[in-house]
Design a protein around this ligand. Structure first.
Ligand SMILES: [Zn+2]
Length: 298
C-alpha cells in the first residue's frame, strides 16, 4: 500500500496505490491548494485531504506518505528551497507535514517524482538509468537509477534546467542568465515567437505552423528549440549516459524534438553514434502523484 500526495501551486492531489503490477488504486482525490492563503493554510489543506483519503477508501493512513513538491528539501537543513510556490521557501516542510499528519513523510521534487513514476511504471520501465525531463512552464529534471531517485549531496541532482545554455540570453527567475529554462520552456518559446512574428500564438499552434504553413517565425522558433534542445540534452548524455530520456510537459509534445532535436544531440554527444532513446511519457498527468506514492517503496 503506497500513499502519495502531489502538492502543486493550484491543486493538491492524493492517491493510494494498492498494487503496482498491475497498477491498482484505492482512491484518488484532488482539492484546490488555495496557495494565496499562505503556508500554514496549505498544511491544513493537506491534513484535510489525508483525512478525506481515509474516509473514502476505508483505509487508515500508513506510517509513511510520499510527497511531490515544487522545489527541493535542502538536505543539511531540512528547509525548502527553489520553490515557485514561494511561501514554501525556507520552511521545514517535511517536519511540519510529519507533525500535522502524525506519520513519517518522504518529500521529493516534483520532477523527481515524474522521473520515478515514468521509470517504474511508464516509458522508462525496464531501463536501468532514466532521466526524466519536464519541459513545460519551467524546466525540471530527475534521475532514477535502478528504480531509485538520485537526490544528490545538495538535493539538486537532475536540475539541468538551470545549466547555462545561452550566455547572452534572458534573465531567469533563479538569478542567473541564459538558463536552459529561458530557452526551452513554453513561455520563453512563445515570447520568442511573438517578438519575431509581432503576433502572439500558443506553442501548439507555433509547432503546427512550423510544419504546415509558410510561417518563417514559427520555423525559426522551432528550429532554434531543436538546436538548443540537442545541445542541452547532449550534456545530460555526456554526464549521465541514461538509457532513456523521458520528455514530459507541453514542450515535450513537439514532434520535431524527436527528429531534428535528436539530430542536433548527435552532433554534441561524445560518441560516434547516439543510442540514447528519447521517449514520450505514458502516464500523463498521473506521473506526479504516482511518483510521490512510489517514494515510499524502498
Ligand atoms: Zn535559472
Amino acid at each position: 500500500m503506497h500513499w502519495g500526495v502531489d502538492l502543486g501551486g493550484t491543486k493538491i492531489e492524493g492517491v493510494i496505490l494498492t498494487a503496482i503490477d498491475p497498477l491498482t488504486t484505492a482512491c484518488r482525490i484532488r482539492i484546490p491548494t488555495e496557495a494565496q492563503r499562505g503556508y500554514a493554510h496549505i498544511i491544513g489543506r493537506i491534513a484535510k485531504l489525508t483525512t478525506q483519503m481515509e474516509e473514502e477508501s476505508g483505509i487508515n493512513r500508513p506510517n509513511q506518505i510520499g510527497f511531490g513538491t515544487p522545489g527541493t528539501v535542502d538536505p543539511p537543513t531540512g528547509l525548502m528551497k527553489n520553490c515557485n510556490t514561494t511561501s514554501f521557501n525556507g520552511q521545514p516542510l517535511p517536519k511540519d507535514l510529519a507533525a500535522a499528519l502524525n506519520t513519517d513523510v518522504i518529500v521529493a521534487n516534483d520532477a523527481n517524482c515524474f522521473a520515478l513514476a515514468e521509470a517504474r511504471l511508464g516509458a522508462g520501465k525496464g531501463f536501468p538509468t532514466v532521466f526524466g525531463i519536464i519541459l513545460g512552464t519551467g524546466v525540471g529534471g530527475g534521475i532514477v537509477i535502478d528504480g531509485k531517485v538520485l537526490t544528490g549531496a545538495q538535493g539538486i541532482a537532475g536540475e539541468w534546467g538551470h545549466n547555462e545554455l545561452e550566455p547572452d540570453g534572458q534573465p531567469c527567475y533563479c538569478g542567473k542568465v541564459g538558463c536552459v529554462e529561458t530557452v526551452l520552456s513554453g513561455p520563453f518559446l512563445e515570447r520568442y515567437y511573438a517578438n519575431h512574428a509581432n503576433h502572439p500564438r500558443p506553442l501548439k499552434d507555433i509547432a503546427h505552423r512550423a510544419r504546415h504553413e509558410e510561417d518563417f517565425a514559427a520555423r525559426q522558433t522551432i528550429d532554434r528549440l531543436c538546436y538548443f534542445f540537442g545541445k542541452a540534452a547532449a550534456q545530460i548524455v555526456n554526464t549521465l549516459d541514461p538509457h532513456v530520456i523521458v520528455i514530459g510537459g507541453g514542450v515535450g509534445n513537439i514532434d520535431q524534438l524527436y527528429s531534428d532535436g535528436r539530430e542536433h544531440m548527435k552532433r554534441y554527444v561524445f560518441n560516434n553514434r547516439l543510442d540514447t532513446l528519447l521517449a514520450r511519457p505514458t502516464l500523463g498527468d498521473s506521473a506526479g502523484v504516482f511518483g510521490a506514492a512510489l517514494l515510499t517503496q524502498v
